[in-house]
Design a protein around this ligand. Sequence first.
Ligand SMILES: Cc1cc2nc3c(=O)[nH]c(=O)nc-3n(C[C@H](O)[C@H](O)[C@H](O)COP(=O)(O)OP(=O)(O)OC[C@H]3O[C@@H](n4cnc5c(N)ncnc54)[C@H](O)[C@@H]3O)c2cc1C
Length: 442
Amino acid sequence: MDRRSFMLAPPALALSSLILPSTSFSASPAIHNKMQLLPANSKGPRIVICGGGWGGMTAARYLRELIPTAEVVLLERNPTFWSGPMSNKWLIDIVNTDFVNHDMLGPANKYGYTLINTEVTGFDRNKKTVHTAQGQLTYDFLILSGGIRNAYDAWFGNDLHAAEYTRKHFPNAYIPNAEMFALKDKLKNFKGGTIVMTLPPPPHRCPPSPYERACLMAWHIKTNNIPGKIIILDPKPNIAPIGEGYRAAFEELYPDIITHVPNAVVREVDPFKKHIKTTAGDFDFDDAVLMPPHQAADMVWYADLIGKGPDGKPTGWADIHPRFFTAMDDEDVYVVGDAMGFISDQFGHYPKSAHVAHAIGKIVAQNISERVAGKEVVPVLPDNLCYMMVNGDPQEEISVVFEYELDPTGKVLQTQIDMDVRTNDLVAKDFDWIQSRFNDFL
Ligand SMILES: Cc1cc2nc3c(=O)[nH]c(=O)nc-3n(C[C@H](O)[C@H](O)[C@H](O)COP(=O)(O)OP(=O)(O)OC[C@H]3O[C@@H](n4cnc5c(N)ncnc54)[C@H](O)[C@@H]3O)c2cc1C
């Protein structure tokens, strides 16, 4: 049976006919509780989603709608949903905490899926079982939507003390957790000095958002007359995306505050002496937002679904089918959102954005429903749209749109449109965008 015909098979056929590679794997050092979390579902397929962020909550909501017989179980470690989009604006109080932080039980009850607050600790894909801190459960289809992890080991190797010290003292708040409050408190209490911000090398979560954060932190520094500076250490040769719009904002709005340093690949970080060595020079700092390289969340590593590069080394991202979003070596496992790996040699990865995670969550729900119904799965591609605030008063934003199409050979092609002129109109569009998404899955 070839790959395509399997893709179209309904789950009963799929389960009995697919010969899966031997991938019984659970690399997590964590607890392997043998207790069953839920009894088997007798009516329809059980679909387990690991990670209740933008991608996971969207998939859960659409799966229940599209497959009424399915039992949909969402596993999430955090008690509440925290949105990355708008979190930079929340840092300077343009929106309040209720805007970015939401209850998850309400949506689970509204749409009819089961939410379990627990840590996903490993998988046995041969037995189609997920291990969690509270017990294990089986699945017919599995969706991994765990987002990203901070790869501090790229800087510190096995020096866990340096990694933990960096996370504690120079949090980057790029993962929905308590670091968000730590960064906000830090900014509120900033009395002056040099803040260094390291950007991760691509691909990383929400490429334009570190520049947005720099602008809004600079706006706070400017409006409060704080004698502070922000140095952006960017491994790329140019600001991207929306490079012209950001360059104009840095030069016209924050000329004495923001310095953008291109080609600054981090060589060495000493968080104790507050010193960074890069390929563009060495820098001392008083405070910092230190972003190491990003990788797919731990759960993709636990599932043994990380791709390998031509050099045989792990790429750090899930190895997925570029049109169907299934894991390359396990067609009952889907990967949604930022953890997704290589898509096309024209552009590499889809932008690691909430817009894309939401779109793929919906597409994957549709794809699974087609399989369950025994129908052909027709590839559907996402689009992407990001609005970025560069000025707090008057509020002004720039934005970027990405469109995708398939060429006749099945390759995914990308078109990028930067909107570099900052306007207040884009602020209204940004709020419309996020409200329509929140209304869709919260
Ligand atoms: C500052 C900032 C600004 C941004 N701005 C924008 C923007 O304007 N527009 C835009 O489109 N995108 C933006 N993004 C990016 C957006 O937040 C992400 O792309 C999006 O959240 C990806 O969705 P996801 O479902 O892959 O991951 P997430 O939304 O991060 O969800 C992953 C979930 O998995 C959970 N999880 C992980 N591991 C485990 C485990 N082992 N057990 C249990 N649960 C686990 C996590 O707790 C989390 O809730 C921004 C991000 C940041 C940080």
